[in-house]
Design a protein around this ligand. Structure first.
Ligand SMILES: [Zn+2]
Length: 386
């Protein structure tokens, strides 16, 4: 029997509304994962009453999130009608990095239909214009698709109304203006959130973490961000800035960090740290973290050593998270997840090297780097109210 999941934003207090939302998410996810699927099969796999399932399905049909497809073959009796996620509706997902943007058109189930990547101009004043141009281009190339909205992952923390950036030490352009500018340019609903928060929500929304439990997403890229799902909702903290474990000092003698501190977790365990380690060991640079992973996979000694140093750094920070939050699991998002056979055991061993009250499981996000784009889809899908 599947258990209930809470997927909530804000202050939805009426308990029947919460139950309806949970059940609707559950049914939509079952359709997404098992399509084509009949109502009877949904009742069986969800554990919900047939009448409840029918009611929810009618709502999903009215909202055109799902469509009725072919009829099934059974030996006798009425033929069931199969349900599918509506392939004509879509979400535009943006995953913003300090120097480039990944864009994807997806269906409502988060399946990526087309993908684009844009390098951001060096002049900070031109960045938002470049993003708007690529959004318009992608929307124009899908004229037959109806878009639910635009979900945007941002590498930083923002105030609750997302009008200004509070903390984005790796970004040098006016990122706080992005939401309003995209809304004005497209007329579509836009939901923005910190990338690690979005990934934590996505793990729950898309049902990868199949229990109602506490989890922490650690997003490793240019920096390190964490998204905390605790007691049934995202933990945001005062002004939405909770989860900045990346800027806890783990090495008092370490290098300077973008936040103004020294030896922060992200200075010893991010992609940037990996590139720095390699340059120190090999006495030559490597162009990207992807290239570093490829070298390590090809058995390059310096690259392997640099990657191990990153993983040990990650393990040390995860020890801190395990003690502070006691999550059931820690989910790793980012390029390092693509090298899990090299990285996973080193990270876990380092976390366990220090005393722990309780060790969480550690795993990479499903679908590696696409996890970040799917999390932008989760922002839009989760924002829809009943
Ligand atoms: Zn820092």
């Amino acid at each position: 029997m599947p258990t209930s999941r809470f997927i909530l934003n804000g202050n939805q207090s009426a308990s029947n509304r919460i139950a309806r939302q949970i059940n609707r998410n559950l049914i939509f996810n079952q359709i997404r994962a098992k399509q084509p699927i009949s109502r009877a099969e949904l009742a069986r796999t969800s554990g919900l009453q047939r009448s409840t399932v029918s009611l929810i399905v009618e709502g999903l049909l009215t909202d055109r999130w799902v469509v009725e497809g072919s009829t099934g073959e059974i030996p006798r009796g009425r033929k069931p009608t199969f349900l599918n996620v509506n392939g004509q509706r879509g979400v535009l997902a943006l995953d913003i990095h300090p120097a480039h943007v990944m864009l994807a058109v997806t269906d409502l189930g988060g399946k990526i239909i087309s993908l684009d990547s844009v390098e951001l101009p060096a002049n900070p004043q031109n960045v938002i214009g470049a993003i708007l141009t690529s959004i318009r281009k992608l929307l124009r190339s899908h004229p037959n698709r109806t878009f639910e909205g635009i979900g945007i992952n941002l590498p930083g923390r923002f105030d609750p109304h997302f009008e200004k950036s509070i903390f984005a030490p790796n970004v040098g352009w006016p990122i706080g203006q992005l939401k309003a500018r995209v809304e004005r340019a497209t007329g579509l609903p836009v939901v923005v959130d910190n990338v690690a928060n979005a990934c934590a929500l996505s793990e729950v929304w898309f049902g990868y973490s199949d229990r109602m439990h506490d989890l922490v997403v650690v997003n490793v890229s240019e920096g390190i961000g964490t998204g905390i799902f605790a007691n049934g909702h995202l933990l945001r903290g005062e002004a939405g800035v909770a989860g900045e474990f990346g800027h806890v000092q783990l090495d008092p003698n370490g290098v300077r960090c973008g936040c103004g501190g020294r030896g922060c977790w992200e200075t010893i365990a991010s992609n940037r740290a990996g590139l720095r380690y390699y340059a120190e060991i090999a006495k030559k640079p490597v162009p990207s973290f992807d290239a570093l992973i490829e070298l390590a996979k090809a058995d390059d000694a310096a690259a392997k050593q640099a990657l191990i140093m990153v993983c040990k750094g990650l393990g040390r920070g995860m020890h801190m998270i395990a003690l502070a939050l006691a999550p059931g699991e820690i989910v790793v998002v980012g390029d390092i997840a693509n090298a899990w056979d090299l990285a996973g055991a080193v990270i876990e061993a380092e976390m366990r090297r220090f005393p722990l009250v309780r060790a969480p499981s550690i795993r990479p996000a499903r679908e590696g780097i696409k996890a970040r784009l799917r999390s932008a889809v989760a922002l839009i899908m989760n924002s829809k109210t009943l």
